[in-house]
Structure formats: C-alpha cells, structure tokens
Design a protein around this ligand. Structure first.
Ligand code: ADP
Ligand code: SF4
Length: 692
C-alpha cells in the first residue's frame, strides 16, 4: 500500500497548455546512442513511459550543423529528414500518458563542429570551451547571424511540433547552451543590444521564447533549462539568475534548474549527496508563478515529498534515478518501495556518452539494451526447457545472474564462500565515499529473499566435486578477481624487482582491514579509475603520509568519463597527498622506491615504509578450470560458464551486465557467429556519389 504522504507526487500539474499526470519529470539526459542508435533510444524512452514518468525528455537535440559536439552522440534536428526518428521517440514517450519533451540545443562557444566542419558561431568569439581543448575558435555572431539563429530555432520549433512533442526545452545550462552564453558576462562581451545589462543579455531568450510560441501556435509548452550558478568573477551567478527570473517571471511555462557545470550537476555519490542543489533552488519558486523542476539524484519518495511540501520544487527532476529504475514512479504509486532499484551515483551511465560508446547502467542492466537485446528492467522472458541453475559466488555478477534466472523461472541455487553476500561491493561499500555501492547488493538480495525458487547458501566454498554433485542443469562460476601484488598492469607487463623487506599491500589487503598505520606510503596507481584515490583517502585516515604515483599525466584519468577527475584532484590536494604524475616505480627497495619518468626515463628515489599497488586484477578462475577438467558433461550438466570478474575483471557495471547476459542466454542457443544484438545501419543515399 502506498503511504498517503506520497499522494502529492501523483497530483497532476499544468505546464502551459499541457498537463503532466504526476510530478515525476525525466529531465533531458544523454545515452551514448543518440542519432546513431535511434530505435535503441526510442525503446529506452518507451520503458520510462511504461514506468509511469509524467514528463519524459529527449537528450540534447542539435538544431543546426553550425553547432554540434562530435565526438559526443546526441540527437540532430538539422532538416526534415530527422523528423521520423524523433517522431517515433515522441510517440513512444506518450504511449502511457506522459508528456513528450524535446531539448533543443545550440552550443555556440561549446561546439567544435568536428563533424560538420562549419565555422562555430558564438555570442562572443574565442577558443571553443570544451574540456578537450579543441584547437578551434568560434566567430562572433553579427546581427545577420543572430537573425539566422532565430530562423534555425523557428525551424526546430516547427519540426518539434510536427514530430509530435508536447514540450520544448530551451537549453541554457551546464555552460553548454547558447542561451547561457548570452546571459553570462563571462561569455557575452557584446556592446550591442544583446550585450551589457541583464535586460540586453536576456533579449535573445525573450525573442526565441516568443518565436517558439508563435511557431507552435501556443500549442506546445516552452521550458527553460537554466544553470543555477555559474562560478567565476563574470559567471551567471545564482544571484543574477534570481534577478533574471524575477524580471521574467512569466517568460517560460516552466523553469528547469540545473547546477552550473555538468560536473557540479551530476556529481557522483562520492562527492554529492542526494538533494545537493537545494540551497541554490530554495526561494526561486517565490519569484515566479510558473512551476519549477530541479534535480538531486532523488530516489527516496520522502525526500521528494519534502521538496514539494516545503515549496522548493513542483516537479522532481531525475535523469540518473530514471535510468537506474525506469519504474520508480510506478513503484511509488503501488507502494512497492522495497522494489525500487536505487541509483548508486557512480556515473558509469555518463561514461557511455563521454567515450562515444553506448551508455550502460550498473544497476539497470537493461538500460540501452531494451531494443538491442529485448531486455526489460522489470520483466524477464520465460524460462526454456531446462530446470535448474547453480551460481557460484554472490558478487554483483552472481547476484544479478541469480536474480534474472530466478525471474525467468529457473530453480536457482546461489552458493557463496563467505558469510556476506555482495562480493566486491560488500567490501568496497566500506571505503571512504563508496557506501552507495552497497545498493548493488542490497537491491538484489532484497529481491531474491522472498523468491520461492531461490536457495542461497552462505559460508559455502564449493569445490569442483561439490558443483557436479549438485546436479544443476547449468552452472555459472562467478568467483571474482584478486588484486595483483606485483605492479603488473598497463605500464609494467611483467613484475618489477622488489626487495622482500618492503611490505607491499594490495587493495584487497586494505579492504580486509590490513592497512599500514602512521607510515610514509607510496601508492602506485596504474588502474586510473576510482580505487587509487579512494585508498589514498583511507590511508590518510589511517594517519599515513601518502604519495600517489601514476604513469598518467593526471590522477585517476579515466574518471574524466565519470565527471569526477577534478573533484578527486581537489580532494587529494586538500588531504595533503603528494602527487607524482608521469612516474612509475621501476625498482622497489627495502626503504625506498626508484621512480622513472615515463617521458625521459630519468630516475628519482622516494623514501617510503610501505607500498600499495593499485594496478590490475587476476581472475579467480581456478575453480572453473578445475571443474572443466572433470567429466562434467557426464554428470548431466548442460553448460558450465565463467562469468564476470572471474572471466575478465572490469567495473561493477560490467559484472552486473555479465550476470544478466548469462541468465538471458540460458536455453537460447542462438546461431553460430550471429550478432548478439540488434543494430541499425545507415541507409545509403540513392543519389550520385559526387555532387554535380
Ligand atoms: P563479481 O564482480 O564478478 O561478482 P566478486 O569478486 O564481487 O566478483 O564476487 C565473487 C564472489 O565469489 C565472492 O563473494 C567470493 O567470496 C565468491 N567465491 C569465490 N570462490 C568461491 C567458491 N569456491 N565457492 C563459492 N563462492 C566463491
Ligand atoms: Fe546511477 Fe550509476 Fe546507473 Fe548512472 S550508471 S544511473 S549513476 S547507478
């Protein structure tokens, strides 16, 4: 039964000419698929519609080729040929009564145009402000360019209308949208009527909101996605935003407020708690009669209700919580609180966009596989002919494998060597800042517990003979991986000379409570994700003087993809961690290590009393190979598979995905050499190969 205090989340609310059925508002978010994978994106959004969201948005939709952000894959609305894919998207969004929204973007000083090769146009010209420092400058727009831009927006409004959307979101947040570039004194140095005081800087915005209303005959709602605070002496600050909203209280049909940079807005749980933007949003609702939406990685219905009841927000904005659980609204509606699959705030989803891959989610293994593989975040395909499965190891892989196989209807036995379920997340959740990682285990153990077809054995390290004796039809070995102690990873492909008198620790030692205390320690990070910096924090907590050494040019360099690199660097500097970039240990002596510069080979000595290697992991695949060496088929076993970290160590999201892939593959032989997912191939243009 739903708690009646949550009823307010299901009261409809008007947004201009449209009415949202509830307060669950999926704000625009990228997905790494965009124009390249139209059907995959359509089905992802359809799943959210089914899950009960009141408003669902597209990702950034680029309105004109003079502004695009390749290599990031978003949507295009460049000409009428882009309408069918977006029309299908709008139809999917509306399939269960949600309002369909399109976010229109023109990136100005933020778009390098690496694909279209057009000269970038900006409010004020200058180097393109991408974090990849693209060697490209934008030209300052003259009045004709501004008139053109208004026409391009009008074309986009018409096309959005034609595609069937209900809402248009004008993007002016995160430093990415040209609307913010007009408003901000940092990016607007103009001396004409579009520059200078706030009234002038807001002129373009007023003009295009009017254009939007006129072009769509007032039939579509117009929302503004604004930055809550842009830092820096000239940034569009929270105070200025409030002035702007007070001056234009009735301008849009809704205010959509997001923090200044994407990094600040989408901080990981390690650096940002739920509801982190509250101080920046509080009071804005009093400046305007129009509804306000804000984000905050909200997964708790109590926290959502508080935002509405205390007059901070009207709509609960969500990107990541809607990715981790597209059925969040429906679960709250039904009072199925224990079924909510909470986002862990890891930003693996963001990394899909950042790397030009396709997004994935640690918690929701079906994300972006709804169309490609026919996976669903809630429903499972019925089981096949065989009956029972045995899964060895209850880490993220084993837990997801067990859950998905159980949902399909198999009789599931899950055996875990230790007394704790969760494997690596049971250990990592105890590290500084990583407590939310525990949700990976909590959600799955919570779901498995009441299932009648599941037996879980703790404290049960299985041997090959045990496995065969259990008589399951299918066995998955998900026994995880162990951190290496010999510095082997990317730079060193073989162990380095190490004096046995030096104590060398691995992350597994530290997670098991075996940590140096009060020593000078050298932490070698050739892993480049979160573990090195997290352990540096733990070592500081344990009163050690910490040196972090990495062959990369910056610490935790892969965390650029999870928007954490800057926060990690700041935290390490604040903690007084000594940072040694572009260096790696070459020899480990008994009281010092010899560091080599990765560019020049020049050597320096660093005195230390202990070494921690955060390098790579060895798969725990002995059990698999020992079982495979037996006559396992004779014992009735149909398949024996090695899955997750035990096969190929990777991030937690790779492990949950591996667990699901295994469970989905049961009794699905497939065709030899056939692709395991659907994809779309661009249609060839029938015209001549060369322009006349
Ligand atoms: P993954 O990320 O692939 O799930 P983890 O390392 O998190 O890998 O989890 C592996 C789990 O397997 C651990 O909880 C570990 O205790 C368990 N395990 C390892 N060997 C055995 C075994 N022989 N029998 C049962 N469980 C095992
Ligand atoms: Fe949340 Fe991580 Fe999933 Fe993104 S990948 S939605 S941050 S759990």
């Amino acid at each position: 039964m739903r708690d009646p205090r949550h009823d307010i989340l299901f009261t409809p609310l008007q947004i201009g000419p449209k009415t949202a059925k509830n307060r669950f508002y999926q704000v625009p978010h990228c997905n790494g698929g965009g124009y390249r994978d139209p059907s995959a994106v359509v089905e992802m959004r359809r799943t959210k519609a089914e899950g009960g969201w009141g408003v669902i948005f597209t990702e950034q939709t680029e309105i004109h080729p003079t502004s695009e952000i390749t290599p990031f894959i978003e949507q295009h609305l460049w000409d009428d040929r882009d309408i069918p894919a977006l029309s299908r998207m709008a139809e999917a969004m509306k399939s269960h009564g949600a309002l369909a929204g399109i976010q229109l973007a023109y990136s100005g000083i933020n778009g390098p145009n690496l694909y279209s090769r057009e000269v970038p146009l900006a409010v004020t010209g200058g180097p393109i402000l991408t974090f990849t420092s693209d060697p490209v400058q934008a030209r300052t727009m003259d009045k004709e360019d501004i008139r053109n831009l208004r026409r391009w927006f009008r074309n986009a409004f018409r096309r959005s209308h034609q595609a069937g959307f209900d809402l248009i979101c004008l993007y002016g947040a995160h430093g990415f949208g040209i609307l913010q570039h007009f408003l901000s004194r940092a990016t607007n140095h103009r001396t004409d009527e579009y520059g200078g005081d706030l009234t002038n800087r807001a002129r373009f915005l007023r003009e295009i909101v009017e254009d939007a209303r006129e072009t769509t005959k007032g039939e579509l709602a117009v929302t503004l996605r604004m930055s809550l605070h842009e830092a820096g002496a000239y940034g569009f600050s929270n105070a200025e935003l409030r002035d702007f909203i007070a001056m234009h209280a009735d301008l849009p049909d809704l205010w959509d407020l997001a923090q200044g940079t994407w990094e600040a807005c989408s901080g990981t749980s390690r650096f940002k708690p739920e509801g982190a933007q509250e101080d920046l949003v509080r009071g804005i609702k009093e400046l305007t009669p129009k509804p306000v939406v804000g984000v905050g990685r909200f997964t708790s219905p109590d926290a959502m209700v508080r935002q509405i009841k205390s007059g901070i927000l009207d709509f609960i904005g969500a990107a990541r919580p809607s990715i981790a659980d597209p059925f969040l609204p429906k679960k709250v509606l039904d009072g199925a609180y224990e079924d909510i699959r909470e986002c862990i705030g890891c930003n693996i989803c963001v990394s899909g966009d950042m790397t030009g891959g396709i997004s994935r989610c640690t918690q929701n293994t079906a994300f972006m596989e709804e169309w490609r593989k026919g996976w669903h975040p809630e429903r499972a395909r019925p089981k096949g002919a065989s009956r029972s499965v045995l899964i060895v190891g209850a880490g993220p892989t084993g837990l997801e494998a067990a859950l998905q196989a159980a949902k399909r209807g198999y009789t599931v036995t899950l055996a875990e060597a230790t007394t704790t379920l969760g494997g690596r997340v049971a250990r990592e959740r105890l590290l500084p800042g990583l407590s939310a990682w525990g949700r990976v285990a909590d959600y799955r153990t919570g779901q498995l517990a009441p299932m009648p077809n599941v037996e879980i054995y703790r404290d049960s390290p299985l041997t090959p003979d045990d496995i065969l004796a259990m008589g399951a039809d299918h066995v998955a070995i998900a026994t995880g991986a162990t951190w290496r102690r010999d510095a082997v990873a990317r730079l060193h492909l073989h162990p380095i000379p190490t004096d046995p008198a030096m104590t060398v620790y691995t992350p597994d030692d530290l997670m098991a409570g075996r940590s140096p205390k009060g020593l000078t320690v050298a932490l070698y990070d050739d892993d480049h994700f979160y573990m090195g910096s997290v352990l540096a924090e733990l070592l500081v907590q344990n009163d050690n003087r910490v040196h972090l050494i990495t062959p990369a040019a910056k610490v935790a360099e892969w965390t650029d993809n999870t928007l954490e690199q800057g926060s990690i660097m700041r935290r390490l500097l604040d903690l007084g961690v000594g940072i040694h970039l572009s260096k790696a240990p070459e020899v480990i002596g008994k009281a010092e290590i010899t560091l080599g510069c990765t560019w020049t080979g020049r050597q320096t000595a660093l005195a230390c009393e202990a070494v921690i290697h955060v390098t790579s992991r060895t798969p725990n695949d002995q059990l698999y190979h020992a079982t495979k060496a037996l006559d396992w088929q004779a014992s009735g076993l149909k398949t024996l598979r090695l899955v997750g970290d035990a096969a190929a160590p990777g991030p937690i999201a790779w492990a949950t995905y591996a667990g699901r892939t295994w469970a989905e593959s049961l009794d699905q032989p497939g065709q030899v050499d056939a692709l395991t997912f659907r994809r779309e191939i661009a249609a060839l243009d029938p015209g001549p190969t060369l322009l006349p």
